[in-house]
Design a protein around this ligand. Sequence first.
Ligand SMILES: [Zn+2]
Length: 81
Amino acid sequence: MRGDRCEFCDGEMEQRRVLARFRFKEQTVYVESVPAWVCNKCAEQYFDAPVYKHLEEIAQQREHIQKTISFPLAEFEMVTT
Ligand SMILES: [Zn+2]
């Protein structure tokens, strides 16, 4: 993704920490402080492959508490082992 242009609007990508909205098994999980590439025009978010994998791990861990919390917030740095 480094140095790439946004595939929607051809805007420039900036690396930022974002509150990521992440779809996992038809549920929506929010994770704070996720390193992402953000388009400076349309604000589309892109994640590097290792980041995306980590988001999936967080989402898997979050599954069991989603029955009681409608919008769980997780820290990206949380331990997932
Ligand atoms: Zn864009």
